[in-house]
Design a protein around this ligand. Structure first.
Ligand code: HEM
Length: 341
């Protein structure tokens, strides 16, 4: 009797297995997707989601008011995770390290760009106290945001191994607070910088010539100065990048800081993070170049942002049109030429 029933059971099992195979074969996609090089599991999951009209997530049920907590699986999150853990590191690494390598190469070739005519001993006011305040407000907050932001992307791989888990988690916690709160001061800085300098950053004919001459940066010998008003073509590009990318960083940053407001979803947060991370690392790379030019890259530039004056010969060589304008006193009451101490 036992023998008969076990044989019956094994027949039932075989029949069930055959039926399963037939069903699987019938359900196998005959669409072009099966011909593409897409992992089978991922394709079927997407099909399941589409079929069940689940709107991109597999959800359960919860009785608490926050219905988002019912989401069990959000497949698009895997693409986002790959972006964050793989792609962003590559984009950031290439941009930041690439820029540093470029600048080191440039410095080795060009050295510090000297004032060709030497220092005249007379200075001219370049930036008012307010302009310098706004610049340093934006600059210091940006540097903190840049360092703490890079820690979010690279800290685990680069800092955790030598800091250890305890110290790294404390540093990361504080750096995250700094990143969140300092963003407000940076927002103010970008807004003021936009308003304060917008009038001097519209493109002019001189900028085209400036670009054609490479700003005079790529020729070592004594050459004709490239024409520039208060800001040269390159500085104007930087300015507009700061305004546009700064605004993008601020908007996407606030979406991440205050999630789920105004109907925003997890998808909009993922998209914001992709944008925030990508623009952020490019921003850091560009500002590294700016810091280079404002310090060791060019003799006499830093003074413009420290005490607000530049040597007259520096002004004639780097911003000749602005210098002539200032000399004639046509525009600004700040246009005082004073002997250097
Ligand atoms: C932290 C290190 C920084 C240093 C040492 C530095 C230095 C300088 C210097 C010397 C100037 C005057 C250039 C001139 O007279 O033509 C300048 C101008 C300027 N800086 Fe910075 N800066 C720094 C960071 C930043 C940051 C983080 C931003 C914005 C996010 C910024 C935005 C600007 C802009 C828009 C100008 C005017 C146009 C230009 O010179 O490109 N700076 N900076």
């Amino acid at each position: 009797m036992a023998k008969v029933s076990s044989r019956l059971l094994s027949h039932i099992c075989i029949a069930a297995a055959v039926m399963m195979l037939v069903l699987i074969a019938a359900a196998a996609p005959s669409s072009p997707a099966s011909a593409q090089n897409v992992p089978q599991a991922a394709t079927s999951e997407q099909q399941l989601l589409n079929q069940l009209k689940l709107g991109g997530a597999i959800s359960g049920q919860v009785s608490i008011p926050d219905k988002k907590s019912a989401n069990l699986i959000h497949p698009a999150g895997r693409d986002w995770r790959t972006f964050r853990t793989v792609w962003l590191k590559w984009i950031g690494g290439v941009a930041v390290v690439g820029m540093v390598v470029l600048l080191i190469g440039f410095y080795m070739w060009r050295g510090t760009m000297k004032i060709a005519g030497g220092r005249s001993g007379r200075t001219i006011v370049r930036f008012s106290g307010f302009e310098r305040f706004v610049h340093w407000l934006t600059a210091t907050t940006f540097v903190v945001l840049g360092i703490t932001g890079l820690n979010i992307t690279f800290g685990r791989a680069l800092i955790l191994p030598w800091l250890g888990p305890q110290a790294f988690s404390e540093w990361s916690e504080w750096s995250k607070y700094a990143h969140n709160y300092i963003s407000f001061a940076f927002t103010l800085g970008v807004l003021l910088m936009f308003l304060m300098w917008v009038g001097q950053n519209f493109p002019t004919k001189a900028d085209i010539t400036w670009f054609k001459m490479g700003g005079g940066m790529f020729s070592k010998g004594h050459t004709e100065p490239a024409p520039a008003w208060k800001f040269n073509g390159g500085q104007k590009l930087l300015y507009w990048f700061i305004v546009v990318a700064g605004a993008a960083m601020i908007v996407t940053g606030f979406i991440l800081l205050f999630p789920f407001y105004a109907g925003l979803t997890i998808d909009s947060m993922e998209l914001s993070q992709v944008f925030h991370g990508t623009v952020g690392v490019l921003f850091v790379a560009l500002i590294i170049a700016h810091i280079y030019l404002g310090t060791i890259g060019m003799e006499g530039a830093f003074e413009a942002m420290s005490d607000g004056t530049v040597d007259v010969n520096w002004a004639k060589e780097h911003h000749p049109l602005w210098y002539d304008e200032m000399k004639s006193g046509a525009v600004d009451a700040n246009a005082v030429v004073t002997p250097a101490e």
